[in-house]
Ligand binder design. Structure first.
Ligand SMILES: [Mg+2]
Length: 430
């Protein structure tokens, strides 16, 4: 007995849980119409330009993924059942899930409509070890809301999120502290939030495909390949990351910037570049589950003259369209003063959680139908903006992957913030 107590005293508790609803929108539809059980069900627009917002697991086994054009989904499954989205219902259930989590765990940080991080260390006295708490939460969600969810646990929030993706569907995976590196070793480097297709390609060129291989890369090489993110990626890979619950989002920001070897002198080119950056930042916002109150444009002339201009929105947004409009208008006011551009950056600041908005449906902006989806999300945003804000002020959020995908604008001169593709293993599909 004593021996066991001593053991426990020295043991690190994998007390950060990541709870993620399984195929959230689709699961809600199947729950409310049990005749859909076992069928390839997708939620989304049925029209010619419709897009899959969520896919049930039977649909996924047919290769259907969210953000896929509905026409492609139909080709993969001629018996596809398409259910139109009921955003109000999802939002209501999202609130019920979060409220339910709050009855067990004090530290709940909602990061999207169907995901939350929980610090369960304070709940152990009442509810037991993280494994028991995870099962308690999953059981409550199943019994009280009739929905499946999965939970990952770790000493690190990044690893907890990777673990929940591996636990799906309807599972739990708690990674003990001393097993972290071994758990990650065989996984592809793309599981690390912030390693997008571009970084993945860079790593592949030096023969690195798995997290285990990444761990063996000398730090100077890793820094060359990944830039300023290298240190945190290395900490994650070797299991020493201990990032816990995030801070409030109020002072958080994300963005992208780029320096060119040859100055940009063509106004159309500058407009095109900053427009792309605004889109990229909007995508990062949606992916991270944020809306931004302010957008900042930074431009630098070849002589080092730097201007920074910002614009604040009436209603916080993650819309590429809105960001583009503001960024271009900020630039138009400055462009005569800056005929040659060496560096440009776009940054979203004063972030708040976009709770209740189905932002993850669009993991890939390259997918056709993207504009439809953005429009749909923006409508939802208009409708829910005010309530999202009040949630944001009470819950706070987010030192999560969204930050790693978006290293600071102040941080350097290489192009950053490459968005991840839709192939994020195991996750990202509600
Ligand atoms: Mg989910």
């Amino acid at each position: 007995m004593n021996l066991r107590t001593e053991e426990n005293a020295g043991r690190e508790i994998p007390g950060i849980l990541h709870l993620d609803m399984d195929a959230f929108f689709a699961s809600v539809e199947v729950r409310d119409d049990p005749s859909l059980r076992g069928l390839p069900v997708v939620v989304g627009g049925a029209g010619a330009r419709g897009v899959v917002a969520a896919a049930s697991y039977p649909a996924r086994t047919r290769g259907i993924r969210s953000a896929m054009p509905m026409a492609s989904a139909r080709r993969l499954a001629p018996d596809l059942v398409i259910v139109p989205p009921r955003i109000d219902v999802y939002r209501e259930i999202s609130a019920q899930v979060m409220a339910l989590l709050g009855t067990v765990v004090a530290d709940v940080e909602q990061i999207s409509v169907d995901e939350a991080f929980l610090d369960v260390r304070g709940a152990r006295r009442l509810f037991g070890e993280p494994e028991q708490i995870a099962e308690l939460l999953r059981g409550k969600i199943r019994d009280e809301l009739g929905l499946p969810s999965s939970v990952g646990g770790s000493v690190s929030r990044a690893v907890a999120k990777i673990a929940s993706a591996r636990a799906k569907p309807d599972g739990m995976l708690i990674v003990p502290a001393d097993r972290t590196a071994a758990f990650l070793a065989p996984l592809p480097v793309s599981v690390i939030s912030g390693i997008g297709p571009k970084a993945q390609a860079t790593l592949e060129r030096i023969g690195v495909r798995t997290v285990g291989q990444l761990r063996d890369v000398p730090s100077t090489t890793l820094t060359r390949a990944l830039g300023p993110r290298a240190r945190e990626v290395a900490a994650l890979a070797d299991g020493s990351d201990r990032t816990g619950l995030g801070h409030r989002t109020r002072d958080r920001s994300l963005g992208t910037e780029r320096t060119w070897d040859a100055d940009l002198t063509d106004v159309r080119e500058v407009r095109r570049r900053i427009t792309q950056m605004a889109d990229d930042v909007a995508r990062q916002l949606r992916r991270g589950g944020f809306v931004a109150r302010t957008v900042v444009l930074k431009l630098r002339a070849p002589d080092g003259t730097t201007i920074t201009r910002s614009s604040t929105f009436d209603l916080p947004t993650a819309s590429g369209e809105r960001l583009r409009e503001q960024v271009v208008s900020l630039w138009e006011r400055e462009r005569d003063a800056l005929p040659r551009v060496r560096l440009a950056g776009v940054r979203a600041t004063h972030l708040e959680p976009a709770a209740g908005v189905p932002m993850q449906a669009e993991l890939s902006a390259r997918t056709s139908g993207w504009h439809d989806l953005e429009a749909a999300m923006d409508q939802a945003m208009e409708r829910f903006g005010a309530r999202s804000l009040s949630r944001g002020s009470t819950l706070g959020a987010a030192e999560d992957g969204s930050q790693r995908t978006a290293p600071g604008v102040e941080g350097g001169t290489r192009e950053t913030g490459a968005p991840r593709g839709p192939e994020e293993p195991g996750g990202g599909l509600f």
